[in-house]
Design a binder for this molecule. Sequence first.
Ligand code: SRM
Ligand code: SF4
Length: 575
Amino acid sequence: MSSETATATATETEPKLSPVEGHKSESKFLRGTLAEEFADASLDHINDANKSLIKFHGSYQQEDRDARKNRGKGGVSGKAYMFMIRLKLPGGKLTPDQYLKMDELCQNYGNSTLRITTRQSFQFHGVMKENMKSLLQGINKTLLTTLGGCGDVNRNVLACPAPIPDALHKQQMDDCQKVATALTPKAAKQAYHEIWMDDEKLTNPEDDEEPLYGPTYLPRKFKIAFSMPDDNCTDILANCLGYLAITENGKPIGYNLYAGGGQGQTNSMATTYPLLAQPIGFIHFDEVVDAAEAMVKLFRDHGNRADRKRARLKYVMHDWGVEKFREVFYGEYFNHPQRPLKDAPITGLDLHLGWHSMGDGKWFLGVSVENGRIKDEGQMRLRAGLRAIVERFKVDVRLTTQQDILLCGFSTADRGAVDSMLNEYGIPREETLPMVQKWSMACPAIPTCGLAITESERSLPSVVRQLEKVLVDLGLGGEPISVRMTGCPNGCARPYQSEIGLVGRGGTKYTVYIGGDSFGRRLNTEVQDSVPIEQIAPRLAKVFTAFKAERTGNELFGSYCERIGLDRVKELFSA
Ligand code: SRM
Ligand code: SF4
């Protein structure tokens, strides 16, 4: 059946299904003709339907946008196709051997960098079509996978990665793993192993079953995070489903559930916007998997399959309102009692950088990775240094949702040697880094992301250096001010939840948002559109100066901006 036929199956009163729905329904559980196209060495890229399907396998077909500039010159013609590959890494956990293998694979098949994502996973960039299978097989040999890294399924499930020795940290990490396993697509897993691992093929793949998702999977991506009130390091309110762990008298008792968060919006489409997840109710630990499955089913049945720009769960929440959402969730999908939320406001966010005790004489070290890119550049040989430390001490690795890395399991005696190795490889200790750098994040944007309209990962460092100077000169160098940049409004670095959000507008201009919250509790507001990059720091300097003069007590920058109001912030910013 062609996608035209698929769209024609909608009745007259129903809107036309999006073409991606056709790609899914015709795909034999996401097989399409991926195996054939990847076996054909004469092709340097894949067709549109397969482009949709390969996302479910954890990959995007991309184009090297830097190479565009040289097109037509020196005999280069056509697009320079390449692939991005994203791991599915619940809770951001890797063993030392898995980490070392990822390091080796990025050298052999990628662009010699590993990219920590804002959802505590790894991405490989610059993978050539002919290397895809070897890379995916290399990943799977270490018992990791990329299945469901992207696509219209549940994505990487987030949890606080810090190996802090208390019952709550352990509980939320265990529950994160349980939920991730329960929501793994079944038939897609079979297809994945047939295509990439050369497993035996099913005789009739059409007869396979996808019990939770159904044959056309979800209307769009679905995101889950676990977090804690005093440490919202996973930004749970940006997720479709959030579990906030609750304790009573020091004992973990369950979770407050939140639903319907998301960041993405589209320029000139007023019907799209970022939203924070809304409170649903309190659940016990034995209801965790049921809650995830129920929310996935609600989304599967009620998400918009016609307009992918409005297909996320956040629009179901927005269009219904939270009361109706709860009614449908508890009435039709979640077969457990509706209980009121526990009083547990979010009060903090820990970056987990530097040395911390894991108990029993063990330590973990949080290393700040600027914009998540693990690479060797000049004096700073971050990739080589991390590899050498993991090789020598055989420590576990965990990735954070703030694009940083935790090395876990050193003895007290190891610490001196580790510090020396950091020096040897030019890796800065966290206490020597500017606060604003530690609290900054950027998405990859150009040259890999096809949706980018400005630079991001390659531009933010210069803005951060300027902001650092301004803040230090004002005596504000120690303030935890979060600055997040993206190369388009899709919000991959969660810019709308930061105190300062810089969102690509085109060329070297950015829309500036101010007044969010470093702890992920509040959205910021647009202050000015199309600000040239070189004007960002000087304009913010005026707002920082007023903040310094007028803040009350330990008021945070975002809270100050919210208190003085948008008009005054705009006035200061544009003065
Ligand atoms: Fe994202 C699309 C990168 C987290 C919202 N995102 C993309 C694509 C795949 C571009 C594309 O569709 O062609 C980007 C690949 C760029 C590249 O070259 O690698 C991309 N997103 C990323 C990562 C790598 C950014 C990063 O700096 O780490 C993050 C990968 C996370 C992971 O490991 O799974 C990433 N993306 C996010 C987040 C943050 C989060 O989930 O906490 C968001 C906002 C939250 C949300 O989902 O609403 C996000 N990405 C989007 C959207 C907007 C979706 C929407 O509802 O409108 C798109 C566009 C789309 O899906 O069509 C997008
Ligand atoms: Fe690409 Fe936009 Fe996401 Fe940045 S925010 S990675 S430019 S889709």
